[in-house]
Design a protein around this ligand. Structure first.
Ligand code: NAD
Ligand code: UD1
Length: 337
């Protein structure tokens, strides 16, 4: 089938494009390259020995979307496009609501006009908010995300529920990601953040490769086994394969379906640093700093529902996540540049 992948040049998108091409699907990517490089998709084409269609453009551009749907027989859309930096979203909320919320609205309007009613949306564990006991399962009520980025994800989830309620033709999957890390095992594609990385793994990898001096660990006084924050890190290829399973599930289901994509296991910051040092053979110097505002102590998934309903399970280990991150960073110390 032909699948439109918005944001397909980005980190998770490029790995998912690769998984779809390998599974024999045709892929059209729409990306405005605001946080990605065209090079990621050239490498995906080389790795898979397949070609894809790339459209450089914006999900907010209705005319472009109408043209795209008229030119390509798209059966389903996987929607990654959006902005994702939590701190930036506090500084520039309008930009986040415009790209993430208004962008999704325009995309859905164009899909509706074109009669394309299958959608997989990139949501986040952040929609659960704070205060639930771990692990987080899909039956829990959503909470109150603490920043505009998180709120934009929650608003889009609600928008998509309303849409599916209004018309039974729609089948929509909300995938709530935990903490995607790692890279394709080839070391050819991976995460390439612009500027100073916000997330743990890219920062650790840049310290190891010599681009930064020292990791700041945000807090060592949490009520976790070693005092540092605990998260559910999931290999980006496991995540990509989860999208493939969700795509197949869409064909048999109507309405909205929610699945967590996580491993079900939490690891602390110190455990991650140690695992990375072991995998890379590089030292990762760190210092302890105060807690980052709004960080939770611990967050991990109950990943049973996806296993039961999709037959999908994350199987790659923390060691593999670290080894693959390092291979990517070591081979590409400056990312795609
Ligand atoms: P990314 O920034 O690498 O990818 C997003 C892509 O969307 C980029 O290629 C960017 O150029 C493109 N884009 C942004 N705005 C656009 C617009 N208006 N029109 C067209 N293209 C646009 O991020 P990622 O880590 O691959 O995340 C993909 C999705 O998953 C995002 O929606 C993100 O919010 C969500 N998510 C990511 C994480 C994570 O930790 N990486 C966790 C939970 C959810
Ligand atoms: C962050 C976002 C969240 C988003 C998720 C995935 C915040 C507050 N939350 O979550 O909304 O869905 O990324 O993109 O930004 N850490 C350090 N030093 C660092 C970076 C991180 O110690 O330089 C620690 C954090 O305190 C945390 C863990 O590492 O305990 C993971 O952090 P991060 O990778 O930013 O992910 P989240 O906090 O889960």
């Amino acid at each position: 089938m032909t699948v439109l992948i918005t944001g397909g040049a980005g980190y998770i998108g490029s790995h998912t494009v690769l998984a779809l091409l390998e599974a024999g699907h045709e892929v059209v990517v729409l990306d405005n390259l605001v946080n990605a490089s065209r090079e990621s998709l050239r490498r995906v084409e080389r790795l898979t020995e397949r070609t894809l269609i790339f459209v450089e453009g914006d999900i907010r551009d209705r005319t472009l979307l109408d043209q795209l749907f008229s030119e390509h027989a798209v059966s389903a859309v996987i929607h990654f496009a959006g902005l994702k930096a939590v701190g930036e979203s506090v500084q520039q909320p309008l930009s986040y609501y415009e790209n993430n919320v208004a962008g999704t609205l325009v995309l859905c309007q164009a899909m509706q006009a074109a009669g394309v009613t299958r959608l997989v949306f990139s949501s986040s564990a952040t929609v659960y908010g704070d205060g639930h006991p771990m692990p987080l399962h899909e039956g829990l009520p959503t909470g109150e995300p603490t920043n505009p980025y998180g709120r934009s994800k929650l608003i889009v989830e609600e928008l998509l529920r309303d849409l599916a309620d209004s018309d039974s033709a729609w089948s929509i999957v909300l995938l709530r990601y935990f903490n995607p890390v790692g890279a394709h095992a080839s070391g050819q594609i991976g995460e390439d953040p612009r500027g100073i990385p916000n997330n743990l793994l890219p920062y650790v990898a840049q310290v190891a490769v010599g681009r930064r001096d020292c990791l700041a660990i945000f807090g060592s006084d949490y009520s976790t086994h070693d005092g540092t924050g605990v998260r559910d890190y999931i290999h980006v290829m496991d995540l990509a394969e989860g999208h493939l399973c969700a795509l197949h599930a869409l064909a048999e289901r109507q309405g909205v379906h929610i699945w967590n994509l996580g491993t079900g296991q939490g690891h602390s910051v110190l455990e991650v640093v140690k695992a990375f040092e072991q995998a890379s053979g590089q030292a990762v110097p760190y210092r302890i700093e105060p807690r980052r505002p709004d960080d939770v102590a611990a967050c991990w998934a109950d990943a049973c529902l996806a296993e039961r309903e999709l037959g999908w399970k994350a199987w790659r280990s923390l060691a593999e996540m670290m080894a693959d991150t390092w291979r990517w960073q070591h081979n590409n110390p400056d990312g795609y540049r």
